[in-house]
Design a binder for this molecule. Structure first.
Ligand code: NAD
Length: 473
C-alpha cells in the first residue's frame, strides 16, 4: 500500500458511508449499527521457520456485520495488513454482498507477512495455525464465517484451510462450505478463479454499453476498440485484462511492482504473463516501452484504467495526473477520498470497488451453495437438456426442410456445464447491480457520483434487512 501519513482506510469507508447516508431516510441509530464492525479478532502466534528461527506473527479476522450469516470475506497475506485495513475491507464486504444480493454479512482476514519471504512449507504451517486460531474462537465454519482468497492467497491456501477445518471437525457433513475459492478437486466450483476479473469485465462492459454515460465522456458505445491500462497482474488484474482483450479492447499498459510497460499496438496479456514467468519481470517485453515506476501506468493515456493491486494507489499526490476517462476499481479502495474528489471534478467516471469486484464473492456464494447441496451444477439436468434440444432441432429441421449449420447446431444442442451456469449467474448479477446503481444515481440529481449511489443501494438493503428483523422497527 502506498503510505500516506494519518491515512485510515476504515475512516475513509465511514466517510463514504456518511456521504451516502444523507440520501437515505433511516434513523441515525440504525445507520450507526450498520457502520460499526461487530467483532474484531486479533491473534498472535509463533511459527518455527525452516532455518530454526522462531517468529511471532500478527493476524486478524473481522466480522463487520451479522445482519445475515454466515459472514464472508477474503484472507490477505501482506506486510501492510493491520487492524484498520482489515476492518475497512470487512465493511466493504458487507456493502458488496448487499448490492449483489449475496445473503452474507461482511468479514475479512489478514496475516501480516510478505508471502514471498516464506517457503511453501512455512506458508502451509502459517495458514494451518491461523485456521486453528479461527476455529478456537469460532470465527470459521459453513454457518458462521467463510473465508476466501484475497491479495497474496489463492486456491492452495484455501485447500489448507479446508483440510485443517475438516481434521478438527470429523464427520461434519457440510464442512466443505467453511471456505471458498478451493481447487475444484477439493469442492471448489468451476469459474471461481477468474470470477472477480470476469465480474469486473461484465460490470464495465455494461457501463460502456450505456449511451448516455459514454456520450458524457466523449467515448463511443461498447468495449471494442477501447484502450485499457491495468495495474497488478495477479488474479484479478490478469483476468480482467484477458476478458477485455477477448472482447476486442486494446490493453495498452500493464504495471507490476517492478515497473510498467506500454504499447499503443496493444499487449498480449498471456504473452506478457509468460514473459514475466520466464524472466521474473514484465519489463523488456518485446515491442513495449519500459517505465521504471509502477505508478507511471496510472498516469498513462487510456479510456479505462483498472487498478487491480492494492488500496490507496491513486491519492492526492498523483490523481491530477490521471488521464483515463473511466476508472474501474478492481482492487479494494485504490482511490483515497481526496483522489475521488479530484477525479470527479475532472469528470472521470469512477466505477466503485464495492460492487465492481463483487464477482469473487458472487461465485463464492455459488461455491458455498454447491458445497451445501453436495452436487455439481448441471449434473442433474445437462443430459435432459441436451436430449430436449436434439428433439427441438430435429423438429425445426423436419418442419422447415432446412438444415442448421454444424457450429450453430452444436451450440444449440449443448446442455449447460457447471462453468456455463456459474458465468451466466455472474453476468446476470453484475449487469443487474450496474443497472440498479446507475438507476439510483440518475434518479436523484443530488447524488454526486456512482460510489455514493452504490453506498445508498447497500445501506438501503442492509437497513431493510435489520428493520425486517424487528430490531429497528
Ligand atoms: P494477487 O496477489 O493475486 O495479485 C496482486 C498483484 O498486484 C500481484 O501480482 C502483485 O505483485 C501486484 N502488485 C502489488 N503491488 C503493486 C504495485 N504497487 N503496482 C503494481 N502491481 C502491484 O491479488 P488479487 O487477488 O488479484 O487481489 C488484488 C486486489 O483485488 C486486492 O485489492 C483484493 O482485495 C481485490 N479483490 C480480490 C478478489 C479475489 O477474488 N481475489 C476479490 C475482490 C477483490
Amino acid at each position: 500500500m502506498a503510505t500516506v501519513p494519518g491515512y485510515s482506510f476504515f475512516h475513509n469507508v465511514e466517510r463514504s458511508f456518511d456521504k451516502a447516508a444523507v440520501f437515505t431516510t433511516w434513523e441515525n441509530g440504525l445507520l450507526q449499527q450498520i457502520k460499526q464492525c461487530n467483532s474484531v479478532l486479533q491473534v498472535r502466534f509463533p511459527i518455527k521457520r525452516e532455518n530454526g528461527e522462531i517468529v511471532t506473527l500478527e493476524a486478524y479476522r473481522v466480522q463487520h456485520s451479522h445482519h445475515k450469516t454466515p459472514c464472508k470475506g477474503g484472507i490477505r497475506f501482506s506486510n501492510a495488513v493491520n487492524q484498520d485495513e482489515v476492518m475497512a475491507l470487512a465493511a466493504l464486504m458487507t456493502y458488496k454482498c448487499a448490492i449483489v444480493n449475496v445473503p452474507f454479512g461482511g468479514a475479512k482476514g489478514g496475516i501480516k507477512i510478505n508471502p514471498r519471504e516464506y517457503t511453501p512449507y512455512e506458508l502451509e504451517k502459517i495458514t494451518r495455525r491461523y485456521t486453528a486460531e479461527l476455529i478456537k474462537k469460532n470465527f470459521i465454519g459453513p454457518g458462521t464465517d467463510v473465508p476466501a482468497p484475497d491479495y497474496g492467497t489463492g486456491e492452495r491456501e484455501m485447500a489448507w484451510i479446508l483440510d485443517t477445518y475438516v481434521a478438527m471437525h470429523p464427520g461434519e457433513i457440510d464442512a466443505a462450505g467453511c471456505v471458498t475459492g478451493k481447487p475444484v478437486s477439493q469442492g471448489g466450483v468451476r469459474g471461481r478463479k477468474e470470477a472477480t476479473g470476469l465480474g469486473v469485465f461484465y460490470g464495465l462492459s455494461e457501463i460502456c454499453n450505456m449511451p448516455d454515460l459514454m456520450k458524457k465522456l466523449g467515448l463511443p458505445v461498447g468495449v471494442k476498440g477501447k484502450t485499457v491500462c491495468v495495474q497488478g497482474m495477479g488474479n484479478v488484474g490478469y483476468h480482467s485484462a484477458l476478458f477485455f482483450k477477448q472482447a476486442g479492447a486494446k490493453i495498452v499498459g500493464i504495471a507490476e511492482y517492478e515497473g510498467a510497460i506500454r504499447s499503443d499496438k496493444g499487449l498480449d496479456i498471456e504473452e506478457v504473463f509468460k514473459h514475466r514467468k520466464a524472466t521474473g519481470s514484465i519489463l523488456d517485453f518485446p515491442g513495449a516501452e519500459n517505465f521504471e515506476k509502477t505508478g507511471d501506468a496510472l498516469e498513462m493515456e487510456c479510456d479505462i484504467l483498472i487498478p487491480a493491486a492494492l488500496e490507496n494507489v491513486i491519492n492526492s499526490t498523483n490523481a491530477a495526473r490521471v488521464r483515463a476517462k473511466i476508472i474501474g476499481e478492481a482492487a479494494n479502495g485504490p482511490l483515497t477520498p481526496e483522489a475521488d474528489d479530484i477525479l470527479n471534478l475532472k469528470g472521470v467516471l469512477i466505477v466503485p470497488d464495492m460492487y465492481l469486484n463483487a464477482g469473487g464473492v458472487t461465485v463464492s456464494y455459488f461455491e458455498w451453495l454447491k458445497n451445501l447441496s453436495h452436487v455439481r451444477y448441471g449434473r442433474i439436468e445437462k443430459r435432459f437438456e441436451e436430449n430436449m434440444n436434439h428433439r427441438i432441432v430435429d423438429q425445426i429441421e423436419g418442419l422447415t426442410g432446412k438444415t442448421i449449420g454444424k457450429d450453430e447446431r452444436d451450440f444449440i444442442l449443448h446442455g449447460a456445464d457447471e462453468v456455463d451456469l456459474v458465468r451466466s449467474g455472474l453476468e446476470e448479477t453484475m449487469i443487474a447491480a450496474t443497472r440498479e446503481i446507475v438507476e439510483i444515481w440518475q434518479s436523484n440529481p443530488s447524488i454526486p457520483d456512482m460510489r455514493t449511489a452504490a453506498y445508498v443501494c447497500a445501506i438501503n438493503k442492509v437497513a431493510t434487512s435489520y428493520s425486517e428483523l424487528g430490531i429497528f422497527p
